[in-house]
Design a protein around this ligand. Structure first.
Ligand SMILES: Nc1nc2c(ncn2[C@@H]2O[C@H](COP(=O)(O)OP(=O)(O)OP(=O)(O)O)[C@@H](O)[C@H]2O)c(=O)[nH]1
Ligand SMILES: [Mg+2]
Length: 599
């Protein structure tokens, strides 16, 4: 059998996983010498590149000396934690990356816990030692303490470590002595990560991940645990929900570099992709045709949040989207269900309305943003957390929240979080910054990032992840300021924006088209006000040149999609079209709003 290592790279968001994976591919000459490659080739889809984050995990493989190394680059954002947990099933060891400045963060803890529980060998990479004022030695100690606390066994606590800078392309056993390349890291992988253990017995592969191609449909990815897979062979599928179906392996692939190569057979211990397997789900076992034995299956994340997706019925609908009908939206959501595992879709209380359930605002925002780029128009309602009945009592999701900020600002963070029913668990000082840990209902987190960044002049770094369902808490406050709602359909005029500047902040610039019922700004006070910003100066039949330009208008606040979703209230929608994001009242006319008072 070929010499193989299977590793997953895990870390908190932004600690450098994808950068390191890219560098490993360079070092192992996956790219030809004269080939020009962009940075972060692995974050391959548009949204990943733009946001600079990994959304789905990726398999790559490199050859180092005589060893084939399968590497799984995983996402660090907490909404995608379930994905990491799943793909760890394909690995025998993990490279745990920790930022030499930030140290272990909430997602470090989560992914490390999963790796330890699965009995994987951890190898520590203390990354970003090029950062000024970083403290690699302290970070090593913190990681050790963390592993101990998470119940690592003796052999796991005896983990190897390398230090370095993924960005600069070097790793070293001593961070004060930079090297030229990744040799120490590669050596650590080959020497410390165990070879795949191959047991005797009939064919077994747990479907752990999936890929999608518009030509061949869904592709099953997993690690072959036992036996030999052959192209064209008949197999049984032991279903995760029980029962067995028959199927056939049409084509087989192994990972090579960033792509896949077609092969005739795959041997136990390797990670492969199967094309043409009918009716499979994640968590099914591909097993012997006549003598099928299922493997322990994997947990798939339950959703914690939902949003209403509905057709765009604003006065501006259909102006720039290609797909606008409810049938379009339904078909697109059905397609998404094929590959987006943590997603659920339900028809809501009307034909044009769907409740879409996911793992968090980011998870659903990525879907909405993708649809928007494909030419869809739709409207989204306020994110709702899922309330679950447990022992006859309502329970809501609560999360672990960490905020890292300069010491003198910590009071503000604690105050904001307490207002939203968060409890402070502990505070840790390091250098001139402080890390505060809280437990807080998910409801309290919606919109918190915005407020926190404002209150700390952008200094706070916040991370959170779902912990569990707990009994519902009363009185988690919503937004503290009301909306400025347009009274008219027309064009926003400098003169009237200027007149209303002391009432709040605007979301629209002069010259923008707006409609009646659109939310054009944030009121300084708690209630909504209806404003007319389409009206020019009275008694002036001279075209207002000069006078208008003198007005000094604060630039409009332009929300990102996630900010907009976190901002809106129950009686408001975000209108999403390929070129515009608008906030609006569900009821556009003031008298309708009074009649339908949504609360
Ligand atoms: N200074 C410094 N920056 C680094 C280093 N490695 C990565 N970065 C930067 O850190 C940022 C995040 O890097 P990524 O590789 O995308 O991080 P990631 O862990 O894959 O992030 P997610 O996939 O979103 O969890 C990028 O701006 C990198 O350029 C390093 O060694 N030193
Ligand atoms: Mg990444």
């Amino acid at each position: 059998m070929a010499d193989i290592r299977n590793i997953a790279i895990i870390a908190h968001v932004d600690h450098g996983k994808t950068t390191l994976t890219d560098e490993i591919m360079h070092y192992c000459k996956v790219f030809r010498d004269n080939e020009e490659v962009e940075d972060l080739v692995l974050d391959s889809d548009d949204l990943e590149r733009e946001r600079g984050i990994t959304i789905t995990s990726k398999n790559v493989a490199v050859k180092y000396k005589d060893t084939k190394i399968n590497i799984i680059d995983t996402p660090g954002h907490a909404d995608f934690g379930g994905e990491v947990e799943r793909v760890l099933n394909m690995a025998d060891g993990v490279l745990l990356l920790v930022d030499a400045f930030e140290g272990p963060m909430p997602q470090t803890r989560f992914v490390l816990q999963k790796a330890i529980d699965l009995g994987l060998k951890p190898c520590l990479v203390i990354n970003k030692v090029d950062k000024p004022n970083c403290t690699p030695d302290e970070v090593l100690e913190e990681v050790f303490d963390l592993m101990f606390e998470l119940g690592a066994e003796e052999w796991q606590l005896d983990f190897p470590v390398v230090y370095g800078s993924a960005k600069e392309g070097w790793m070293s056993e001593d961070w004060k002595q930079p090297t030229e390349d990744l040799e120490p890291l590669m050596k650590m992988i080959v020497e410390e990560v165990p070879e795949p253990k191959v047991e005797d017995g009939s064919l077994q592969m747990l479907v752990t991940s999936l890929d999608y191609s518009s030509y061949t449909g869904r592709i099953a990815i997993g690690r072959l645990q036992r036996g030999v897979l052959k192209e064209g062979m008949k197999v049984s599928l032991v279903k995760r929900e029980g029962g067995i179906t028959k199927s056939r392996v049409k084509e087989l692939y192994l990972f090579e570099g960033m792509g896949k190569i077609k092969v005739n057979e795959v041997h136990a211990g390797d990670i492969c992709a199967i094309v043409g397997l009918e009716g499979f789900e994640i968590g099914d076992t591909v097993a012997d045709e006549l003598n099928p034995e299922g493997m322990p299956t994997i947990q798939i994340d339950e959703p914690t949040m939902s949003m209403l997706f509905t057709i765009n019925d604003s006065p501006f609908f259909g102006k720039d989207g290609k797909y606008v009908t409810s049938r379009h939206i339904k078909e697109r959501l059905d397609k998404e269900l094929e590959r987006n595992l943590a997603l659920r879709v339900e028809e809501a209380d009307g034909p044009d309305r769907f409740n879409v359930y996911g793992r968090g605002v980011m998870h659903l925002a990525v879907l909405i943003e993708t649809m928007r780029r494909e030419g869809y128009e739709l409207q989204i309602g306020q994110p709702q957390v899922i309330i679950k009945e447990i022992d006859g009592k309502p329970h809501e999701p609560v999360e672990e929240l960490t905020i890292d900020l300069p010491e003198e600002l910590s009071g503000k963070a604690v105050e904001l979080v307490s207002q939203r029913k968060g409890d402070l668990l502990k505070m840790d000082a390091h250098a001139s910054r402080i890390t505060c840990e809280f437990i807080i209902p998910s409801r309290g987190i919606i919109g918190l990032r915005n407020q926190l960044l404002t209150a700390t002049a952008g200094e706070a770094i916040m991370a959170h992840r779902f912990k569990e369902f707990q009994p519902l808490k009363e009185g988690v406050p919503g937004r503290q300021s009301g909306s400025m709602v347009s009274m008219e359909t027309g064009t926003a005029i400098t003169y009237s924006l200027d007149k209303l500047q002391d009432r709040g902040r605007f979301f629209v610039d002069p010259g923008e088209d707006i409609y009646e019922g659109q939310i054009v700004g944030q009121n300084n006070r708690q209630d909504d006000i209806v404003v007319n910003i389409t009206k020019g100066k009275k008694h002036s039949n001279v075209r207002a040149s000069g006078s208008d330009e003198k007005a000094n208008i604060a630039p409009a606040i332009k929300f990102s999609l996630e900010e907009a979703l976190e901002y809106i209230q129950k009686d408001e929608y975000v209108e999403v079209t390929p070129n515009h994001l608008r906030l609006r009242k569900i009821y556009l006319k003031e008298h309708e709003r009074k009649r339908h008072n949504i609360d």
